[in-house]
Design a binder for this molecule. Structure first.
Ligand code: NI
Length: 191
């Protein structure tokens, strides 16, 4: 088990577009080890997801997993998912405002608009292609992680800077209203 160092906002690697991997690279021991380390690092930090450039490797890999996450207790479960060379496509114009945080943006949360329904095409860690529809908060997590690989942070998508809070101030002043709204949303869309 290897925990890698997470780059924080201001590090140029977070602003690079990460490059695609070819089949030989994906199958290599080095990249398979990177994927294992990303999973360990995400779990160690209680993240819902992690993109490879967050651990200083600018390649198009992201990992996601949500299972009773203490940072995001309202998020529906996401089984461990590894996405390589992923492409996201919004399926319609429906948007939802989600309060997000990020392991690369310590102690800050803010509200961003995300597509509710997206099509995700990607390779898994074995190079098998997937073509799936993601909805709701799970779709939001996919968009957050794929943004990282394009050099975009959630901060860039915060339209109203007055929604920015520390985690403690979110707990104190904003958590209850957000959880009430987002729980009703999750019940409606089912994810
Ligand atoms: Ni992030």
């Amino acid at each position: 088990m290897t925990i890698r160092k997470i780059a924080t906002v201001g590090h140029p690697v977070l602003r690079e577009r990460a490059r695609e991997l070819n089949a030989d690279e994906l199958a290599s021991a080095e990249v398979q080890r990177l994927i294992d380390d990303m999973i360990d690092t995400m779990r160690d930090a209680n993240g819902a997801g992690l993109a490879a450039n967050q651990v200083h490797e600018p390649v198009r890999i992201a990992v996601m997993e949500v299972d009773h996450n203490p940072r995001y207790p309202y998020k529906p479960r996401i089984p461990l998912t590894v996405v390589v060379n992923a492409v996201l496509e919004p399926l319609d114009d429906e948007l939802v405002e989600i309060n997000e945080g990020c392991l690369s943006v310590p102690d800050l949360r803010g509200n961003v608009m995300r597509h509710v329904n997206v099509r995700a095409r990607y390779l898994d860690r074995h190079g098998h292609p997937h073509d799936e529809v993601k909805r709701g908060l799970t779709a939001g997590t996919f968009q957050h992680e794929l943004d990282h690989l394009d050099g975009v942070l959630f901060l860039d998508r915060v339209e109203d800077p007055t929604t920015l809070t520390t985690w403690a101030q979110f707990e104190r002043w904003h958590r209850a209203a957000f959880i009430e709204r987002i729980t009703a949303f999750v019940e409606r869309v089912g994810s």
